[in-house]
Design a binder for this molecule. Structure first.
Ligand code: PSU
Ligand code: MN
Length: 316
């Protein structure tokens, strides 16, 4: 039912504005890739973030697919941003990080919000988009056993039919626990040309995965089979590792992580501020190295998602 072009043609509803180019592409059954915006507002330093956001859209276009960056601007959920809206999300001071539960409050207040993986997936699916590219998923935080800090990304993906291309989950998380939760929640995981679960800045998180896939045709076949079997009520994660020669050095990564976690604990950072705090720490303390890797990750995921969306749109 929900392979990209076979989605219900139900209109997204009055709360969601779909950019005309995106709406036309969806109606024509062309490949469309949703892109998240928290990475723009809270995951990348200014002023580079706006330029990166444009490059990510270009990476999708280069594959023949249409990009749809998702955010809330002046209280309207937007699927596909024009240049002004993208600039607002990248540069305005009052852009909040919104997960699914936050969307309605920001809408009612007429505010701006960048959407997390959870909120982006939700809005993308409402607009009929079946493929989504991001950097890394949220997941189970270290010490979640006492803090209960598990990203709402996981529970939203458990009931949202979408294919998400990512470089695994951020290494700041408890990767093993996150993989267990993905299994429990019925969220599919395949590795793009790998049987190792990627660790975002690191090509290999140290954990394996069960299902390597060889190419985008195979991913499209899995997507079609999910729809045919009705197992597409939960998301499918396509894990796309950075090539080993592009990953962040082991020692640097270990140092950034240890110092970042200690700094977050010392500053008493909690809840939704944890991820932005740690990412900023990485970018500041690595002299641009983590930023380089982060940008490479997003661009590569956007490109792969574009090719998957095109393959899914032309699948028999
Ligand atoms: N991965 C990144 N950069 C980011 C995020 C993930 O490389 O900015 C964001 C995503 O929007 C993800 C969110 O959905 O962090 C998870 O936040 P939390 O752990 O508070 O749920
Ligand atoms: Mn959290």
């Amino acid at each position: 039912m929900t392979v990209a072009r076979h989605h219900d043609p139900a209109p997204p509803g009055p709360g969601v504005d779909v950019h005309p180019e995106v709406a036309e592409a969806l109606a024509a059954g062309r490949g469309v890739v949703a892109l998240e915006s928290t990475i723009i507002s809270h995951g990348l330093p200014r002023p580079d973030n706006l330029d990166v956001a444009r490059q990510v859209e270009d990476a999708v276009r280069a594959t023949g697919a249409i990009p749809a960056t998702i955010a809330m601007v002046a209280g309207r959920a937007r699927v596909g941003l024009d240049a002004d809206a993208l600039t607002t999300i990248a540069t305005a001071e009052d852009v909040v990080k919104a997960s699914v539960r936050d969307l309605a409050v920001v809408a009612a207040r007429g505010g701006h919000a960048a959407t997390t993986v959870a909120a982006t997936s939700h809005l993308a699916h409402r607009a009929g988009i079946g493929v989504f590219a991001t950097g890394g998923l949220g997941g189970v935080h270290r010490e979640a056993a006492s803090t209960f800090d598990e990203s709402a990304d996981l529970v939203t993906l458990a009931h949202t039919p979408i294919t998400v291309v990512c470089a695994g989950v951020k290494s700041i998380l408890d990767v093993g626990a996150t993989l267990e939760r993905l299994e429990t929640l019925g969220i599919g995981v395949v590795g793009f040309r790998t049987d190792r679960f990627p660790g975002f800045y690191r090509s290999d998180s140290g954990f394996g995965l069960d299902w390597p896939v060889d190419d985008v045709v195979e991913v499209a076949a899995v997507m079609a089979a999910r729809a045919a079997l009705g197992t597409d009520t939960a998301a499918l994660v396509v894990a796309n590792p950075l090539p080993e020669d592009e990953q962040v050095d082991t020692m640097l990564h270990a140092r950034l992580l240890a110092e970042g976690l200690a700094a977050a604990a010392a500053a008493g950072v909690r809840g939704k501020a944890v991820t932005p705090f740690l990412l900023e720490h990485f970018h500041r303390e690595s002299d641009g190295e983590s930023l380089r890797a982060n940008v490479a990750i997003i661009l590569r995921n956007a490109e792969l998602a574009g090719r998957i969306a095109v393959a899914a749109a032309s699948a028999p």
